[in-house]
Design a protein around this ligand. Structure first.
Ligand code: F3S
Length: 110
């Protein structure tokens, strides 16, 4: 299991989740943050601090958000960043790229 960031993070990007993560497995993309599922240690600290309740266990994602487990995982794959398992957030691992699902997301406010 890993935690997953879902669509309510898009264009909000509060960022406090990345500050509290003890293993720095939460990475910044263009419109949202993404959790590296193989680095996540399932501590759940991020879940309680997110102001928009964007973070869920991958097997408990709400209806309509199930696709975000793949969105988080694929962000680290060759089709988006190619980072694989960076081993912890640092300046070299920030990007304005997003997973295609997120890049195309219409969050309503233009
Ligand atoms: Fe996004 Fe919530 Fe983190 S808004 S950046 S998942 S604290």
């Amino acid at each position: 299991m890993a935690f997953v960031i879902a669509e309510t993070c898009i264009d909000v990007k509060d960022g406090v989740c990345a500050q509290v993560c003890p293993v720095d497995c939460i990475y910044e993309g263009g419109r949202m943050y993404y959790i590296q599922p193989d680095e996540c240690v399932d501590c759940a600290l991020c879940v309680s601090v997110c102001p928009v309740e964007a973070i869920w266990p991958d097997d408990e994602l709400p209806a309509g958000s199930e696709g975000f487990a793949a969105v988080n995982a694929e962000f680290f794959g060759e089709s988006v960043t190619g980072w694989g398992q960076p081993g912890g957030l640092e300046e070299a691992f920030r990007t304005d790229k997003d997973h295609p699902t997120v890049a195309a997301w219409d969050s309503g406010g233009g």
